[in-house]
Write a protein that binds this ligand. Structure first.
Ligand code: GDP
Length: 300
């Protein structure tokens, strides 16, 4: 995975140094943990996450639990792998569908995070999974957002509910509510509500997103975050957690070649699982997120 190629190389080089060791001494463990710490910090993983991660690796590598059947390098790889899966959220978390349709999925995140694109990707994926989604255009902030959603809706073959001129224009909360009503009326089983973002956190944006959340009472609130935003990831994620209490995370732009530390920080800092990953601009560049597969890719 492009976003982790540098981190991957650094970790592999660190483990290689251990291959010739017959037994791990405390000095070996400390040296290795130091290297892992530097590699994670250079990948822009948040300091608090790095500290917790390296603390756990160190403790386990020095403990009696190490698997004696493995050589020292394999032991450390196994521990790092398990800890990576842990900070990525552990088990895969699937979408929670409402017992009584429609299931309402609200999207939130900064402008440019990839929400509108994600709406199309998710709609296409849901359709493939046998669902009947409806897209709802509640991003009325950005001039082109409604049209952009209509374009991705068309590409995905999924209808889009947008404000009618004179009815609900300028009122994203009303559009969201009307969209859900439309889904009930026409028996769509899932509703994806696209919402507005700003370039940075701002109180008005958060209030609007929070009002939409209250109005449509979604089954899932997905926080879309650009995996490339680096150290800002933690502050942004915490602000959205406070503002809209999201239920899951979508990492976008994992195809980028910058440092993907955000991906390794967000689940652990917010306690919310990463549920999907976006890996390109096309509607098919999208997949459910599996913490164990991501850890293996990083350690490959
Ligand atoms: P929004 O403001 O949150 O709705 O963001 P958009 O969906 O408009 O996306 C912003 C830009 O990022 C657009 O140019 C998208 O094509 C691009 N984009 C979205 N997701 C991805 C992704 O996973 N990878 C890449 N490379 N670009 C993406």
């Amino acid at each position: 995975m492009a976003a982790f190629s540098s981190l991957s190389d650094r970790l592999t080089a660190t483990f290689k140094n251990l291959r010739t060791k017959g037994k791990l001494t405390p000095a070996d463990v400390d040296g290795t943990v130091r290297e892992i710490r530097r590699a994670l910090l250079d990948a822009d993983v948040a300091l608090e996450v790095v500290k917790e991660f390296t603390g756990a690796v160190r403790e386990r590598a020095l403990s009696d639990e190490v698997n004696k059947a493995l050589n020292p390098a394999q032991q450390v790889v196994q521990i790092v792998n398990e800890e990576l899966i842990g900070i990525l959220g552990g088990q895969q978390r699937r979408l929670d569908f409402a017992k009584k349709p429609p299931t309402v999925i609200m999207l939130a995140g900064l402008q440019g995070a990839g929400k509108t694109t994600l709406a199309g990707k998710l709609a296409k994926w849901l359709k493939k999974e046998g669902h009947t989604p409806l897209l709802v255009a509640s991003d009325l902030q950005r001039p082109n957002a409604v049209t952009q959603l209509q374009v991705v809706g068309e590409q995905a073959g999924v209808p889009v509910f947008a404000p009618e001129p004179g009815n609900g224009v300028g009122n994203p909360v009303k559009v969201a509510k009307d969209g859900v009503k439309e889904a009930e009326r026409k028996q769509y089983d899932t509703v994806i509500v696209d919402t507005a973002g700003r370039l940075g956190i701002d109180a008005e944006l958060m209030k609007q997103a929070s009002d939409i959340r209250t109005a449509v009472d979604p089954d899932e609130v997905l926080f879309v975050i650009d995996a490339m935003i680096g150290q800002d990831a933690v502050t942004t994620a915490r602000a959205f957690l406070d503002g809209v209490d999201f239920t899951g995370v979508v990492l976008s732009k994992l195809d980028g070649d910058a440092r993907g530390g955000a991906a390794l920080s967000v689940a652990s800092v917010t306690g919310r699982p990463i549920m999907f990953a976006s890996t390109g601009e096309g509607l098919d560049d999208f997949e459910p997120f599996h913490p164990d597969r991501m850890a293996s890719r990083i350690l490959d």
